[in-house]
Design a protein around this ligand. Structure first.
Ligand code: ZN
Ligand code: ZN
Length: 721
């Protein structure tokens, strides 16, 4: 037996798996389907840091376990590659963003592949590939056709020095991120998507999916639905969710910067009384109409305000007859989605402006509208897209009247390509339709989607919206795209700060793989702490998982073919307990406790002189999703021809979970006198006889005949004299 050397085995197995295609999902298979999804990465120039793979490895455990459980698993990967960082890099260096993207994705791919994640690489997609964004444009045209894409004047963030519109993430403390100039608001015509039309369904359908409560709450708050009534107090309209309290309304408050009386009075339409109008800080201008009716008897803040300014308080009032006042409305915080950017690196919006015909969609046969090559990637001096300068691209013919017309020069926002990528994975090479309905029927919905909490309200909501829209067009089979959603915690730098290039604290997984091996890195990331929680990286802690794998490696020298399962019942119980624990913990993402259980089991085997092949194989099978390379190597060394990753997941026998022997307490006249070890299935008669034969019992009975013997099963034998 040679020493454990991951450098010798990991690359070899990665190539082998790639060749045999064992991680490829099959479109035609009799097995039940399982679709596991992670948020596809943005391939930045910095490459991967050790935080990126945490969710990939987490869901890799699920994907691998499902395959071993007999599922046909789809676990795909691709690149969300349009957007700001690459574009800003292109502006700075003059490099073509297409070339930059290619370099970055090559690095990301190599790095992810070095970790042995079981992605189906045959379905890799890239949102900047015109074969992909052709269909992003096609979906946009569907929105346009249904009246859900429209143009409107919107205020955008504008840097007067750089003369460009800024995305919200480029505005830092109200200043331009690049030059520090205070950002102004500038009105611009923008494309909008009418997500508010779906507000109710996006809200209500959260009850039908398995998302963490904090995710549901964040989405609900973002949509911000409140049902209430608008009531007029003369010329002031108030919004209230409690119209039944109108008879107790003794003053009106409008949003203001300080608390003061306006000097005005209005009529309460229910009581017909003149009541004062106040201004106060506690009323928000963006809540409802920015004005409320104050009911001190029913609202704490109104009560506090009334007491402070000695305003009338009516304690007992009628709740009857309130329905006569005001009209019911539902208010939302959600606004329509600004769907255009005056930038270069995005999907061109596929419409044409004609003086005669107005806005005309590009014909489907003319898609994709390809992004033209440009010399410079900055926006123009008036904030127009760099595409506006490419006259030969901009000038075109109107598809309707054939006259001279101009192309739209805005591109889509960062979130466009990721709003439907999970559908494209089902059928990534289709060039006739966006995805075939048959493959969607096969794979959708996504069974388990893991992603960052930071994407809860934008990406997650946007993609639910697109899916619902496509569902209404009968293009996808389910109204909700994701059955289950989970989130991982960030990996922080040593010391607990966020990893970032500017702080110089980024850890590259390449160096860890080189020093410790991919299996150690994977095991460490799963073992370092609860998956949902943020946790700091600790280089010195990598040695624990590494030593554990070395111990597993050395166990092969203890294997005895003839040896049966640990002959003592303790060992047998532990095998079944470990299978149960690891199986259940993986399902609940308790990956760290699953690894602990594997360590306990390994230590037990290590203490034995000999280890049966069966016991060792059970360990390898349970460990395979965590450490796919070492387990494959050991599996093959044992003489197996098939990959361990296509073997069956071990099952446990619930009866064997219980220990076979139990200890009973022996009491004489209510006092504890001895303990007795019996077999679980021993009869009452046998137990009684063994108990009476105990030397301690004989001593305390001192020849007396017991009057009564009571046995409380699995607990006590009580002897009464
Ligand atoms: Zn600036
Ligand atoms: Zn025309």
């Amino acid at each position: 037996m040679h020493e454990y050397d991951p450098q010798k085995i990991e690359k070899r197995w990665q190539e082998e798996w790639d060749k045999s295609g064992i991680y490829q999902a099959e479109n035609h298979s009799k097995k039940p389907k399982y679709y596991a999804l992670i948020e596809f990465p943005y391939p930045s120039g910095d490459g991967l840091h050790v935080g990126h793979p945490r969710p990939y490895i987490g869901l890799d455990l699920i994907a691998r376990k499902r395959r071993m459980e007999g599922f046909n698993v789809l676990y795909p990967i691709g690149w969300d590659a349009f957007g700001l960082p690459t574009e800003n890099y292109a502006i700075k260096t003059g490099k073509n963003p297409r070339v930059v993207t290619k370099e970055n994705t090559d690095t990301f791919r190599r790095q992810i592949q070095s970790l042995g994640v079981s992605f189906d690489w045959s379905r890799e997609i890239n949102t900047t590939d015109s074969k992909y964004y052709k269909w992003t444009q096609w979906i946009f045209l569907k929105f346009l056709e249904k009246g859900l894409a429209y143009k409107a004047k919107m205020a955008i963030n504008w840097c007067p020095k750089c003369k460009i519109g800024l995305a919200n993430e480029e505005v830092v403390d109200d200043n331009c991120e690049r030059c520090g100039t205070p950002v102004e608001q500038k009105e611009k015509e923008q494309w909008m998507l009418a997500i508010t039309k779906y507000a109710d369904r996006l809200y209500d359908d959260l009850d039908t999916v398995d998302y963490p409560d904090r995710v549901k709450t964040q989405q609900k708050n973002w949509i911000g639905r409140s049902e209430g009534v608008l009531i007029r107090f003369d010329d002031i309209e108030v919004f209230t969710t409690r119209p039944d309290t109108i008879f107790g309304a003794t003053f009106v408050v409008v949003a203001g910067k300080e608390d003061k009386f306006t000097g005005r009075y209005v009529t309460n339409p229910a009581t017909k009384e003149k009541i004062p109008v106040w201004e106060a800080e506690y009323v928000m201008s963006d809540y409802g109409t920015g004005a409320i009716m104050a009911v001190p008897a029913d609202d704490e803040r109104d009560m506090e305000f009334a007491k402070k300014f000695s305003l009338p308080i009516v304690e007992n009032y009628t709740h009857a007859g309130f329905e006569d006042y005001g009209k019911k409305i539902t208010k939302y915080k959600l606004r329509d989605w600004v769907f255009s950017r005056q930038r270069y690196w995005g999907e061109p919006i596929p419409v044409i402006h004609c003086d005669e015909c107005g806005i005309v969609p590009v014909l489907e046969k003319d898609l994709p509208v390809k992004l033209p090559e440009v010399e410079k990637y900055e926006p123009g001096p008036d904030g127009e897209s760099p595409l506006a300068n490419i006259t030969e691209w901009v000038n075109t013919k109107c598809p309707k009247c054939g006259g001279k017309a101009k192309r739209e020069t805005d591109v889509m926002p960062n979130w466009a390509g990721s709003s439907w990528y999970f559908l494209r994975y089902c059928d990534p090479y289709n060039d006739k339709e966006f995805v075939s309905r048959a493959t969607l029927d096969k794979w959708m919905p996504v069974d388990w989607y893991n992603g960052g909490m930071e994407h809860t309200v934008l990406h997650l909501l946007y993609s639910r919206f697109w899916n619902k829209f496509l569902f209404d067009l009968r293009l996808v089979p389910t109204s909700e795209p994701y059955k289950k959603r989970t989130s991982h915690g960030l990996i922080l730098a040593e010391g607990g700060e966020k990893m970032s290039k500017s702080k110089g604290n980024v850890i590259n997984p390449d160096t860890i793989v080189e020093r410790f091996g991919a299996d150690t890195l994977r095991l460490y990331e799963m073992f370092m702490g609860p998956f949902e929680q943020a946790i700091a990286w600790s280089e010195s802690s990598l040695i624990g998982p590494r030593r554990f794998l070395e111990k597993v490696w050395r166990l092969q020298s203890k294997i005895s073919k003839g040896q049966t399962l640990s002959t003592d019942s303790q060992g047998l119980t532990l095998v079944h307990q470990t299978i149960k624990k690891v199986s259940e913990d993986v399902e609940s993402m308790g990956f760290n406790t699953a690894v602990s259980a594997l360590m306990i089991y390994t230590n037990t085997l290590d203490k034995q002189e000999k280890v049966s092949q069966k016991e060792f194989e059970t360990l390898l099978l349970l460990l395979a999703p965590f450490a796919p390379h070492i387990t494959e190597e050991l599996w093959k060394t044992l003489g197996h021809l098939n990959s361990i990753h296509t073997e069956d997941w071990p099952t446990y026998d619930p009866e064997k979970l219980l220990k076979d022997e139990i200890t009973l307490a022996v009491q004489i006249d209510g006092k504890f006198r001895a303990s007795l070890l019996v077999a679980r299935n021993q009869s009452a008669e046998e137990i009684r006889a063994t108990a009476l034969a105990l030397p301690e019992v004989k001593k305390w009975l001192d020849g007396k005949e017991p009057k009564k013997i009571i046995i409380v099963p699995e607990k006590i034998i009580s002897i009464v004299t």
